[in-house]
Design a protein around this ligand. Sequence first.
Ligand code: SF4
Length: 397
Amino acid sequence: MSIPAGPPQGNAVKTMEPRQRRTVVTPSHGEGAGGKAGSLPQARSFAARLIRWHKRHGRHDMPWQNTTDPYRVWLSEIMLQQTQVATVVPYYERFLRHFPRLADLAAAPVDDVMALWSGLGYYARARNLHACALAVMREHGGEFPHHPDVIAGLPGIGRSTANSIATFCFGAQAPILDGNVKRVLCRAFGVEGFAGNSVVEKRLWRLAGELMPKRDGGTYNQAQMDLGATVCKRGKPRCESCPLDDICVALASGRTGELPEPKPRKAIPRREATLLVLRHEGRILLETRPPAGIWGGLLSLPELPEAADARQWATRRFACRVIAVAPAPTLDHAFSHFRLRIAPLLLDVEPSSAAMEPGLCWLNDEELATAGVPAPVRRILEGLQASGNRPLPSRKR
Ligand code: SF4
């Protein structure tokens, strides 16, 4: 097996379990799953409760708040996808130090962007970020468009992110539907089914649209995100502190642990890959991964094709003489859709040609420290350094 070159598989669910086909509640048809009050909260009340709650209990001091600069808001929205706030903050601040304006990001080589993103994961976000900056410069004169539909046409920006930018920066009244909001809506309104399923998601969008207030859209959207992140948490919601506690269907029916319904389980495939650590005079050979697919565009250790002999393949592929070969400790890495076992193989080599193919480079320790490499490759390199990175006894196989 090898690291797949294609894009990750999506989360679409092909079929729904019988249980998931039960009623999906929206305010328009007024069916509940047994709410305490026996009826659904009205849209105005729902928004007003959240806006009131946010004034006292919401988050107000994150680095991307208190600004209407669409560049900063957009950057935070992209970084926060599938990533915790605490992880994002240092990346966000470092990114802004390097690229204070959208024009700086657009003018930078994509490799610099990838290097700054290195370790944050989901690297398609970084490639799209750069592509989006270029598109804004090229097609919108360097100014973010204001309308959510136009924003959603930019690379890497989905409907929820576009609406978020439009409400926070341009006063639009557009609903959002990120993971936190989905969780709050599923619980508060007793929405059944996996929220990633397209039918369920469509219903959630309709519900979100009906709940959207006519004013204070930015505060309302932020309140939903904050409630999901700090009170209506995934593991253990703090219902006693929730402004929706008297109208929440999940709480009233004792189903806070069941809603939202998890993604239907399926076995996570396991793959294996051999990565070659070619070493010569204190330098290590890295190559740029293809732009699409896993680790696309990042520097990585060369991957040995399946069933190939490492010594022969490396000799041919990199025009070098292999002096010694030895395995290094394996490591496991979990992607969203498969688990990868990496078997690094150390090869001490003597390059026989000074000419290097494009996409290949020999880096020393200092250069490796700042190179944009995927997290597991970083672990391999750090493991090598920790063990002294000593040459192998020659003739060892
Ligand atoms: S009452 Fe509990 S489950 Fe319901 S929305 Fe509030 S925190 Fe979530």
